[in-house]
Design a protein around this ligand. Sequence first.
Ligand code: SF4
Length: 223
Amino acid sequence: MNKRNYQNELDKIISRNQGNRPTLLLHSCCGPCSSSVLEYLTQYFKVTLLWFNPNLYPEEEFVRRLETQKELIEKMGLSETVQVLAEPWRKEEYDRATAGFENEPEGGKRCEKCFQLRLRECAKIAKEHGFDYFCSTLTVSRHKNAVLINTIGEAVAEEFKIAWLPSDFKKRNGENRSVALSEKYGIYRQVYCGCEFSLKARLQPKMQEAETEKGRENESDNS
Ligand code: SF4
């Protein structure tokens, strides 16, 4: 079976559209990931950014990441050209979509449901507002499965009869560039993917370490 190169497919769409500037609804998972993607896509598309991330936990983190997203757009000098459509924190939708998969490891079935929820909403809004294309920043991360994301994108594109823009933004240094841009603009970079389960997974080793340390202290107090 031929392995698809989503980045080449995107290049072909861009060259087919040369001279035009199609409209694109870009789902963004967070400010840092969106930085290199925005730098790249705004050269060829009229981009509107969709903030629909009901996976984020807790709510303060949702607010902080949204503020970071807006700060980035401002600092990149894109506030005149990139409009932000921000959906509120609809956590109950994430909970419903991922119910039964809470204990899955990162990269497993829970993440697939999480991608589906966010991409489906993006396709729906893109259709309602008459965008030419929709896509997501999710493929910029090496921790995310680009084949799965593109497969879901194509399935929801079919459902809503709207064009999915294939991508593998991590190719051609996209992820490193997003790290460099985030550092350049001094924006907040989170240390966990987003949901409460990824937060717990991140905190667990630290809590275990703290408990072991406490145990050691108790032992030396008793000796
Ligand atoms: S780990 Fe990330 S992609 Fe997976 S369910 Fe949680 S927020 Fe979504």
